[in-house]
Every structure is written in structure tokens, then in C-alpha cells.
Design a protein around this ligand. Sequence first.
Ligand code: GLN
Length: 508
Amino acid sequence: MGVEQLSALELGQKIKDKEITAMEAVQACFQVMDEKEPDIHAYIQADREAAMEQARHVQQGIMEGKYTSPLAGVPVAVKDNICTKNTATTCASRILENYVPPYDAHVVERLKAAGAVILGKTNMDEFAMGSTTETSAMGVTKNPRNTEHVPGGSSGGSCAAVAADEAFAALGSDTGGSIRQPSAYCGVVGMKPTYGMVSRYGLIAYASSLDQIGPVGKNVYDCGALLELISGPDLKDSTCCAQGPLDLSRLWQRRGQSLEAVAQGLKGLRIGIPEEYFSGGIDPTVRAAVLNAARTMKEGGAQVEYFSLDMVDYMIPAYYIIACAQASSNLARFDGVKYGYRADQTQDLHDMYKKTRAEGFGWEVKKRILLGSFVLSSGYYDAYYIKALKANRKIKEAFDQAFEKYDMILAPAAPTPAPKLGTSLTDPLKMYLSDIYTVAVNLAGLPAISLPCAVTGEGLPIGLQLLGQRFHDAAVIEAGAAYEALRGDWKALRADVKDASVGGKEAL
Ligand code: GLN
């Protein structure tokens, strides 16, 4: 097995044991990039020399015993909407093409302090708006499992990089599913932490009340280790209200014992499945795969049952109104004065604003700024924005009610496996509807992990989600790790459409 195939924690251990150096690990990633990047294009920028320089520095520190993190020396990738000091941060937009932040995002500071090595910045939908990474102004990313298909989005680059072994782990951001859905499409593990668990300082805002940075890894352990590292309070983000960093000591203890001990994480867990999620537009292979996973969890000692979740029909409309409203306000700062691109040959100030924004933003971003400005305009504010906020409140309450009865909610990550490249943007409504299983998690501020549970005949992974109560991130990760231990290799689990012939609420 090549170095690049190790998990992040396995690599970290080998670096600690002096079997591999951080430089060798970085070299391994760049070797894979040399081979695969021309086809995959997971990165907007990856600077071999800069990464090697960092690796040498970290390796020196490791030799001197300066680092205690299990991820010291491990190369990771960072989504290009997370600020990196002296390294361009573009949000995959022309308007920020030449923007070089003078500071590191809080999470990047944390990575550096722990001795993780930053390989580069990953591709994404422009300003994180999209579900396929096709709205990037820097070109599309392809799904490493099947290059005719999209990697999902908006953190498509981060998930593709991890799936292709071009990074050992990565950071993404999730406003309405952008970590969980591409993780499902690419067959990696991704987590959206509780809102307030991770500082958003240095994350270029899309919709501030929904945005959250989170980890992408090859397995649940790697995701957990990365989240432990980046989570916890930060005075620079007043919404970051975590009491302390995530505490996964129980999981690490069980992991040190045996796989069986990890699988104990499901014993006695009350898991609810929203029945509304299994009717309507769900692909039969996805339904079959997720319900099979539910059976595995039941065999592992969980109590699994269906329940009815209120407000499902309102999740997509409420999300898109709130997200676009906040985006229109957040993106007002890109005006050619303070940051990035400025159009030339303009007549006056207003002309400069107009041309800069017309030339700098792509179509999807403009569409959302228009929609957002519309729902915030005085004549429509009550009818749309206020109504969406009321729906948001009710969606939150529906989840709170469910969590009175259940410890965890099980759901698909997306209604279908990854669509073919070029098919989604032609039908935007359909693309928006495909966020049905992810957006409510952000509206309610909950933690949720997405992990693979099967693969289709075309080699496309299928993902499931486990949702927990606010600040129960550790419980979500423990349950995910338990399922992962029971599941074994997901690539061996072929999604069988025939299983789903019953449809709807199949028996568990
Ligand atoms: N697909 C959703 C959107 O386009 C989610 C994006 C995200 O989470 N950043 O808004």
C-alpha cells in the first residue's frame, strides 16, 4: 500500500513513530496530483515548494517533540473560501481571483499550530453556491470514482481531493449540505458540526446564520480527529459558543480496545427515520442502500423506527430564501473598492460598481443576489423573508420534538447518486430540490455526519446521514464510527435496486 492510501490518523502515527516523514507524506500527495489533477482538478492552487517548506519546518518540530497532535505532519487541503495568510483565497470567483488575505482563518491557525501541513486550496462552487462544483469560475472538478459525474458541491474539490488520495483530509464549509452531499457523492466522510462549534473567523461568508466549517476524511475517525482540532470557542466569532473543544476521549478509548468496542456505540441508541424522506423523489438505489444501513444499525443494537417529521415541504423554500437574503447582504462588500477585482474604463463610481460586479460574479451568484435583494425589499420583506424565518423556527421545533423521542435521526445524504457532469445547471429547480435532506440541518443548527453506505453498479457511492442534537457532535461521531465498524468496506456493498421494489416505508 502506498503512503497516500493511509488514513490521516494512521499516517500521523507513522510520522510520530518516525517511520515516515512529513516531507515524504507531502511528496506522496503531489505525486498523486501529478497523475490525477489534469483529469480531476480538485485544487485551485497547490504549491509543492510551499508545502515542502512547511513540512520541513514541522518535521523539525516533531523531532524536537514540539507537537502533541495526532495529526502533526499530516498534509491536508483547505477549501478556497477559508482565508490563508499570503496565499490567494478566491472563493472560485473572478471577483476574488487575486485576493491574498493578510491573515489566517481561525481554523487554519489551529491546523498550523497542530503541525498539519497545508497542501493547497480546493475548488468549489463560486461563493459556495451550488451542488456540483460546476459554478466555479476556475473550471469544473470531476468525481474521482467516476469522472463522467460531478463530485457534488459546493466543497467538491475538498471531497474529490480526499477521495483521490490527493490529500489525507480536508476542510470544507457547509451552509446547506456542502460538506455532506459531496462527501456522499465521492465516497468519503464529511461532517457539518453544530452551529457554534467551530469559529467562522476567516470563512468568507455566504449565509452567516447557516455557514459552518467542517472536516472531510477517509473515515469517521479522521473526521473526528480533525474536528477535535478545529472546534472550540474563539473570541473573534461571537456566534462560536462551544464550551470547549470536542471531546472524543470515549471513542479513542474504544478504538484502542477493538472494533467490537467501537461498534458498541450503537447499543441502545434510539434512531428515528423520517418517513417523509422515503417517499417522492428518492432514487430506489439510494432508498435501498440507506434502509439496509438502518438494518445494520438495528442488528448492532440500535432501536430503529420511522416517524413523521413535520415541515419537510417548507425546508427548501425557507432555506433558499434565507440563504439568498443573507448572501445578497454579505456579498455587497465586493464592489471593486475594498477587495479583489475592479473593472477598468468606468465612467463614475456607480458605473465602476456595476461593471465590477457584472464582470466579477458568475451567473449563479448574480441570480442569488437578485433573489436575496428581492425578498429583503420593503414590499416583500414580510411576505417572504419574515415568513421564511417563521418556517425556520417551526422546522427547528419539529427537530426538537423528534429529539425528545430519539437520540439520532437517520436520513439519506442526497436523493440520487452523483449526477452526470453538465446535467444539473440546466434545471436549477431540480438541483435546489436535491438539497432536501441537508438544508434543514443548517436551519436547525444541528450536527450531522455523512458517510458512505453502498456503491452503485456505475461505481458511484451512496451516502447516509446521522443527525444529532445541538452540541451532541461527539455522540454523532461515535454512532458514525460504530456503523462504520459494523459496515466494513462500503465498496463491497452493492446497492441492489431490486431490494427497493416495495418502495416507501419498507419494513426494517
Ligand atoms: N447546495 C446548497 C446551495 O447551493 C448548499 C451550499 C452550501 O452548503 N454551501 O446553497
